[in-house]
Design a protein around this ligand. Structure first.
Ligand code: ATR
Length: 273
């Protein structure tokens, strides 16, 4: 049977085997997908052995996404832009293709699953770390009016602007510069939620029909989601659909079959509550 794994450290919490098993059941694809704890210094050895034994594909999670980027012998454009790889695929010619499906996973969740439009919208991205870098290309390809990247450290947002301006209109600023600006879509890509923090956001940041998205997810709405609801967002969502969306993109890369995300998101949500 075709073999797939997710590599990480820690890995016990990973929902990927469950997600891919549901995709396989839905689509009738026959595959085996397991999670594997890889020693912090052992990524390249483990990946090499896996592919040498005929493994078909890997998902990669913390802390190995940069090593997976180095390990790949070919990269997709979106992986090169993300500077990180979350999916590896063995190609027929022996190459190992590195892809990054996180950004497209988020965009598909927003546009297809939640049904929010990004085209001709003003978009604010909070944060300028790896998570935001990973979504910029797919986001700009949706042709928003503009994307503003606001970050505590403005220099990091400016670096992203330089790298991504060829994909569309993108600007950088600090949180204080947001006063007086309004946005149709606000996406939180900071890791602040993890510690229950919220970037300092001005009162009237949301336009009349604004929607808000947090790349994080949990059993309870994040602090950013609570802020969004209290400040008039018409819809608010967390990143559970992004998790399933990135998996669906990886499944498609490997199997060339598009799975249904909605039932999988529903069953994961039911387990969270
Ligand atoms: P990730 O890979 O999750 O994006 P990262 O690369 O460490 O992680 O980036 C974390 C992001 O969250 C950064 O944009 C960081 O801001 P700085 O670049 O100024 O460090 C942001 N961040 C983390 N904690 C924050 C907080 N309490 N308030 C605002 N921004 C925060």
């Amino acid at each position: 049977m075709d073999q797939y794994r997710v590599y990480g450290n820690p890995i016990a919490q990973s929902k990927s085997p469950q997600i891919h098993q549901q995709f396989a059941n839905q689509t009738g694809e026959s595959l085996n997908y397991e999670k594997q704890l890889v020693p912090v210094n052992g990524f390249a050895d483990a990946a090499k052995a896996f592919f040498a034994e005929g493994g078909c594909g890997l998902n990669i999670t913390v802390p190995f996404k940069l090593e997976a980027f180095q390990f790949a012998t070919r990269l997709t454009e979106r992986a090169r832009n993300a500077g990180a790889v979350n999916t590896l695929k063995a190609l027929d010619n022996g190459d190992i293709l590195g892809d990054n499906t996180d950004g497209q996973g988020m965009v598909s969740d927003i546009v297809n699953h939640l049904g929010w439009s990004l085209k001709d919208k003003t978009v604010l991205l909070l944060g300028a770390g790896g998570a935001v870098r990973g979504v910029l290309q797919p986001l700009l390809e949706q042709e928003p009016t503009k994307v503003v990247i606001a970050n505590r450290t403005v220099a990091k947002a400016l670096t992203l602007v330089r790298e991504f301006k060829r994909y569309g209109k993108v600007q950088a600023c600090g949180f204080a510069d947001l006063a007086g600006q309004q946005f149709d879509v606000v996406i939180n890509g900071t890791s602040a939620s993890l510690s229950g923090d919220l970037p300092p956001l001005p009162e009237h940041l949301l336009s009349e029909q604004a929607v808000c998205y947090d790349m994080m997810y949990g059993a309870e709405p994040t602090v950013f989601m609570q802020w969004a609801s209290a400040h008039g967002a018409t819809s608010v969502a967390d990143g559970l659909g992004m998790l399933v969306g990135q998996a669906a993109e990886a499944f498609y890369l490997w199997r060339r079959v598009k799975p249904e995300v909605a039932p999988v998101i529903q069953s994961l949500r039911a387990q969270l509550i």
